[in-house]
Design a protein around this ligand. Sequence first.
Ligand SMILES: [Cu+2]
Length: 146
Amino acid sequence: MRMISKSILSALFMCFAAVIALDSCKQPNTAKPGTEYLERGSKIIINKDLSFVYDFNKNPAIGMFLVRIKVTDTANNNVDTLRITGQSGMPSMKDAHDSGEVEFQINKEGVYLLPVNIVMPGNWEVEVKVYKDKTRIFNGRIGINV
Ligand SMILES: [Cu+2]
């Protein structure tokens, strides 16, 4: 009896350690668990000076589409001096489709673009991070249901 509970305990501990190890590989996440997804087309506040609106180049379906982010300052001027990254995947499938952290590219109009490749139906997420210089100033998630 004692041996059994000991091995169960050590198995539990191993699981726990594995979860901790996995978690520590990720960067700290300012979005709290259960935080709502960012709303497409709505103004999203980064800080007191900056905000952005995101959209897609087409309604997401199986295949490639673009996430478009337009950042503006309080005077409504376009801002393209930040660095924005996106990491897409299916939360229900662990790392199966994890894109890794990919940099948005800036187009001629100063809009940030990120291609996302949807390879199967279901719930997808793009985790968006905004950096000013080396500091991350925003973190949020875009939810996509295909
Ligand atoms: Cu999948």
